[in-house]
Design a binder for this molecule. Structure first.
Ligand code: CA
Length: 234
């Protein structure tokens, strides 16, 4: 069941300041220290642990936790963007705006049961499609734009024409869902034709490691490392 949480979000955005004033004033925090935090954290050592502060608000509970366990790695999640902004300021840790009744977007997940939860930033040209562009520009001089000799024009037109075969929403880019090898496009039952088999290459450059934050661009600023020797010998 999908729950529409729009009103919930609007509500918490609207009461953010009042909530802050009434729940986190000095008396309330003294009460929390004594009756919440002391019993809650007693006997625990969260140093070195990754802790999700769910419905974190502006982070007072995380701050209290970090006072006791300075080496805990805390992340806040809240439906209110105001609360998340305050969380980042107060705790100095990521405050992620999230509807906790739904799965979180996963920016590094290529595949997922729900298309809305897949990689959403991917802008890629599958190898086989790049090859088609190459053929259009250099080899299909009679069948593709006969008479057009300007290289740039041929390249732009070939790119547009080949991408359009796969780009079902016509936004000019091939998303992960559109370019998935299992997706049908251009009259074919799947997209296998878009990918040149790895065994046809004699060297590789690693530009992206899906599901491994070490090489994901958001962590590395676009780091890529070509391998010195071919990974596959033909
Ligand atoms: Ca598209």
């Amino acid at each position: 069941m999908s729950i529409d949480s729009t009103r919930q979000k609007q509500h918490y955005e609207a009461i953010h300041t009042n909530y802050e004033d009434h729940y986190y004033d000095a008396q309330s925090m003294a009460y929390r220290e004594r009756f919440y935090y002391d019993p809650l954290f007693e006997g625990l050592d969260l140093n070195g642990c990754r802790v999700a502060d769910l419905a974190s608000g502006s982070g007072h509970n995380s701050v209290a936790l970090l006072k006791r366990f300075p080496k805990a790695v805390v992340t806040g999640f809240d439906i209110s963007s105001s609360a998340c902004k305050a969380y980042r300021h107060n705790v100095g840790r990521p405050g992620i705006e999230a509807d906790l009744t739904k799965p979180l977007d996963h920016p590094d997940k290529f595949d997922a049961d729900d298309d809305s939860q897949r990689e959403f930033r991917q802008r890629f040209i599958p190898s086989g499609l790049a090859n088609e562009i190459f053929l259009d520009v250099y080899e299909r001089l009679a069948s593709f734009e006969r008479g057009v000799t300007d290289f740039k024009q041929r390249l732009f037109d070939a790119y547009a024409a080949e991408v359009a075969r796969v780009d079902t929403n016509n936004d000019g880019v091939i998303s992960a869902a559109e370019g998935d090898v299992d997706t049908a496009s251009d009259g074919f039952p799947d997209n296998a034709r878009l990918f040149i088999p790895a065994t046809r290459f004699n060297r590789f450059a690693v530009t992206r490691e899906i599901n491994d934050g070490l090489l994901a661009p958001r962590f590395t600023g676009g780091f890529s490392r070509p391998m010195r020797r071919p990974a596959v010998q033909q």
